[in-house]
Design a protein around this ligand. Structure first.
Ligand SMILES: Cc1cc2nc3c(=O)[nH]c(=O)nc-3n(C[C@H](O)[C@H](O)[C@H](O)COP(=O)(O)OP(=O)(O)OC[C@H]3O[C@@H](n4cnc5c(N)ncnc54)[C@H](O)[C@@H]3O)c2cc1C
Length: 417
């Protein structure tokens, strides 16, 4: 078959790699680069290039089996780091560093009020474990907190702001998120170790390796698709005024663009409605060199640094330069905030909002798969909002389009839910 894959983020690239050899694949990407939310940039620090992730960065051992399998197959070694975080709970107050690294950081956890908070964070993890094991996807964070018996003051002062700043949302939006999604993404359960992996050359290197391993795929960057429509026995894709006919089209881009592409087609109206049902919010991420976003003492810097000061919208800054011990940071900016003067890169995203209604929207979309020769892939179409879902979405589509392909049969049993 002639197959068009629209969007060269991880879902689109993985779909193209899986279908390579089974079908004639064209991969359309609207931007000048591949990767989508996988966005590795390079910051010049004293003449040295430091790779920094402007999008997806953290992944664990648990819940990312498909990604690890792809990395192994591409011969890419992921490095494991301890994931230490700092939490600043008051202006000028010493931040809490967990897990502590030494006596000095241990001392940040010992004041009685802090120790009480940390015990509650640990205890709530057991409730998180239950939610994760029972796949309770329609339980809200608000209901989860009520059930966990966490004292209200700890929830309002600590846990809710932690969640809100991890996604860059308001406290109200955080309450409505799916607790299952939050527990899985944040690792809010005792069975998940505080660690993360990283790829030395940047996250994008594995997508580049997949494309090298799929030489027959035609990759068209700078080719935003305007519309998809049915015409007789084919689907017509229009990009930059050029029309091309395909037997199948996989929309591996976001829900908004997918809805817009189908908007002019009466035949694809049910698809358009299913895409348009997803909820999102704007997120701005800046890479900069401004130390004032970090705890005052370098000794208290963690991989993620949460600023949860009362009266302020909570905010997270990632110490992107930690592998090279350089002052390079990545901050999820507040909506009303200007990026710091030292900013080197900015990205503006629409991020999916995984509320308790999200699973029903995914189910509605899943029922349409294959209708009129159209397919949907992408992190938002399945599971939780992590990278593994993007990989899994590609497998789900490829299993129907090329069930006997060696790559599909190899990856399908390894991918996590
Ligand atoms: C700031 C940020 C941080 C994140 N951090 C993490 C993390 O640490 N760990 C984790 O597991 N996940 C993280 N994620 C989640 C991340 O979204 C997924 O991991 C994954 O990268 C999503 O891949 P995707 O292919 O589904 O979508 P995308 O990466 O969004 O890919 C969609 C592609 O479609 C293209 N496109 C859109 N419209 C068109 C069009 N009309 N024509 C052609 N192409 C089009 C886009 O340009 C894009 O390249 C993060 C997301 C964001 C935004």
């Amino acid at each position: 078959m002639r197959v068009a894959v629209v969007g060269a983020g991880s879902a689109g690239v993985t779909t193209a790699w899986l279908l390579h050899g089974s079908h004639e694949v064209t991969l359309y990407e609207g931007a000048a680069r591949v990767g989508g939310h996988v966005y590795t940039v390079s910051v010049d620090v004293d003449g040295r290039p430091v790779p920094v992730e402007l999008g997806a960065e953290f992944f664990f051992r648990e819940g990312y089996r498909g990604l690890h399998a792809l990395l192994d197959r591409m011969g890419i070694r992921a490095l494991r780091d301890q994931l230490r975080v700092s939490i600043s709970l008051g202006e000028g107050a010493t931040p809490v560093v967990v897990p502590p690294r030494d006596l000095r950081t241990l001392a940040t956890c010992l004041p009685p009020r802090v120790a009480r908070d940390l015990v509650w964070l640990w205890r709530v993890g057991f409730e998180g474990e239950r939610v994760a094991q029972q796949h309770e996807r329609t339980l809200s964070v608000e209901a989860f907190l009520a059930r966990s018996a966490m004292p209200r003051d700890v929830a309002e002062r600590l846990l809710l702001p932690l969640i809100a700043s991890s996604w860059g949302v308001t406290l109200e939006q955080a309450r409505a998120l799916s607790a299952y999604n939050v527990v899985r993404v944040m690792g809010l359960r005792p069975s998940q170790e505080a660690h993360s992996y990283r790829l030395p050359g940047g996250f994008v290197t594995y997508l580049e390796a997949l494309l090298r391993d799929a030489p027959k795929v035609t990759v068209r960057t700078d080719a935003p698709v305007d519309s998809v429509d049915r015409d007789g026995d084919a689907l017509v894709v229009t990009a930059k005024g050029e029309r091309a006919r395909y037997d199948a089209v996989v929309l591996a881009c976001d829900w908004r663009n997918s809805a817009a592409m189908c908007a002019g087609s009466a035949v694809l109206s049910s698809w358009r409605e299913a895409f348009a049902a997803f909820e999102d919010y704007p997120a701005t991420v800046a890479v900069h060199r401004d130390r004032s976003f970090m705890p005052a003492s370098r000794h208290h810097w963690g991989a993620s640094n949460y600023r949860l000061v009362p009266g302020e919208r909570p905010r997270t800054t990632v110490w992107s330069g930690r592998p090279t011990n350089t002052d390079v940071f990545r901050t999820w900016m507040r909506p009303d905030e200007r990026e710091p003067a030292s900013t080197t890169h900015v990205a503006r995203y629409r991020h999916i909002l995984c509320t308790t209604e999200h699973p029903a929207r995914q189910e509605a979309l899943a029922k349409l798969q294959g209708l009129h020769g159209l397919w949907a892939a992408g992190m938002y179409t399945t599971g939780i909002d992590n990278h593994e879902s993007a990989v899994r979405s590609a497998v789900t589509v490829a299993q129907r389009l090329a069930p006997d392909a060696e790559r599909v049969r190899w990856l399908a049993p390894q991918v996590d839910t």
